[in-house]
Design a protein around this ligand. Structure first.
Ligand SMILES: O=C(O)CCC(=O)C(=O)O
Ligand SMILES: [Fe+2]
Length: 207
């Protein structure tokens, strides 16, 4: 029997979930104040900076509104909330590397805005041997999200028909999973749905 260890932090719980299941879902990973600041940060963006999201690798980057209809804006750390978010992800990266030897070298992330009706069909974030993305993070910024608002993230096993996780995009929740392992989709949202999707990468000839 293993007893809970009082010195394990929320970050350690995240590392354990990735080590044991390949995926972790943490409803209160982020503080209310950071989430509120990030939400204000998105709202302060000029609308033209949110552009139709693309699919595929960088060189074959294209938009395909049959697959996804959200709008995105890359996070570059130009504001305090972005810096705070990136600092937290740097800690995640450090712990994944220390405890699981994942060799993560880099993190890229963007805001994503789904308007009512927007969706992202079932996909993998990375195909084995064809991408440098190793670990996906999704952080949600939506207070008071109800089941009837839709926009659930459904996560599947490789050949699975039934989701192993259904996640409402509620403020403060972090989802983290191995990018090559879990197909997932975003069901149509019925109101504006804000998130930050991010990927830890390894260096190499691909990507
Ligand atoms: O927003 C989500 O729940 C997931 C988004 C996603 O799958 C992606 O951007 O690759
Ligand atoms: Fe994805």
């Amino acid at each position: 029997m293993s007893l809970p260890c009082p010195t394990r932090t929320p970050l350690d719980a995240l590392v354990d979930a990735v080590a044991e299941q390949g995926i972790g879902v943490f409803p209160d990973f982020f503080s209310t104040s950071l989430i509120a600041a990030l939400r204000d940060d998105v709202h302060a963006l000029p609308q033209h900076q949110l552009s139709p999201a693309g699919i595929g690798r960088d060189l074959a980057h294209q938009t395909n509104s049959r697959i996804r209809t959200d709008k995105t804006c890359w996070i570059d750390g130009h504001s305090r909330p972005q810096q705070d978010y990136l600092a937290l992800m740097a800690e995640v990266q450090q712990q994944m590397n220390r405890q699981l030897f994942m060799g993560l070298q880099d993190y890229e992330c963007h805001y994503a805005q789904y308007q009512g009706g927007d969706f992202y069909k079932k996909h993998l974030d990375a195909f084995r041997g064809r991408s440098n993305r190793r670990l996906t993070t999704v952080a949600y910024l939506n207070p008071e999200w109800r089941a009837q608002d839709g926009g659930e993230l459904l996560v599947y096993e490789q050949q699975g028909k039934h989701p192993i996780q259904r996640v409402l995009p509620r403020a403060g929740t972090l989802v983290c999973f191995l990018s090559e392992r879990f197909p997932h989709e975003v069901l149509p949202a019925r109101r504006t749905r804000l998130s930050i999707a991010g990927w830890f990468r390894v260096d190499g000839p691909l990507g």
